[in-house]
Design a protein around this ligand. Structure first.
Ligand SMILES: [Zn+2]
Length: 243
């Protein structure tokens, strides 16, 4: 057993015994950790607040590889106050942490953590939640083994593309388009921008509602059909207008 300090976010928590909790913490450096927070449900416990879902903190733990860790204390990095006081933003955070947890099960990669945290910080700052959610979804596709080919037509590499194919997983040109709908050039360019953008560097988003909605629809179908990962927590998006 050693004591470590590690940055992470609580993505899931369960009651354990009378007054304790088991936390699943997605960490920056060690992937998913199972952590027991002893006595966390007691009113006076100093672990009570930090052992709740979505706590983004530096956690101080007793750690042993592949064993259950024990939470000692935590220093919160960001309380996500804006997200937690807005039902739609909270819906986005619930979905994105759920998604990250599921993607991580299929592919252990540090980038999964960074993408999640950077998106949550931008939502906390007030950026459009549909756009941020879609950016995360599009970036996670490669970890799910169904990344999009966006360097040109997936069949012939022609840079003049007119649509994107669900079944082929990439852009297609006029010659290779079959039943796919024609997409506005702005939509096609924006899909590529979502894929490559460094989320932490976003300072403004000027995207029309039409483009936002078209991309959101594309991703909903693509996730449903090709990732095997359509989560109920995504339903929050159905009730939101992308304005
Ligand atoms: Zn082609």
């Amino acid at each position: 057993m050693e004591i470590i300090s590690i940055e992470g976010i609580v993505v899931n928590s369960l009651k354990y015994g009378e007054s304790s909790k088991i936390l699943h913490i997605l960490t920056k450096d060690k992937g998913m950790l199972s952590v027991i927070a002893k006595g966390a449900l007691k009113e006076k416990s100093k672990l009570r607040v930090v052992s709740s879902n979505f706590t983004y903190a530096v956690f101080h733990l007793y750690y042993k590889e592949d064993k259950m860790c024990t939470l000692i204390s935590a220093d919160v990095i960001n309380y996500f106050i804006n997200i937690k006081s807005d039902i739609e933003k909270l819906g986005a955070m619930t979905y994105l942490t759920d998604l990250a947890r599921n993607v991580y099960k299929q592919h252990n990669d540090e980038a999964i953590y960074d993408i999640l945290i950077n998106a949550l910080l931008k939502i906390e700052e007030g950026f459009n939640i549909v756009v941020l959610t879609n950016i995360v979804e599009i970036k996670y596709l490669s970890f799910l083994g169904v990344g999009l080919y966006l360097s040109g037509c997936i069949e012939c590499n022609n840079p003049n593309v007119v649509s994107i194919s669900y079944s082929k997983g990439g852009y297609i040109c006029a010659l290779h388009r079959k039943n796919e709908p024609l997409y506005d050039d702005k939509v096609l360019k924006m899909i590529k921008a979502y894929y490559y953008v460094d989320i932490s560097k976003i300072t403004k988003l000027e995207i029309s509602n039409n483009v936002i909605e078209t991309i959101n629809k594309f991703l909903s179908i693509y996730y449903k059909e090709y990732t095997g990962l359509y989560l109920k927590s995504k339903n929050f998006l159905d009730n939101i207008k992308s304005s």
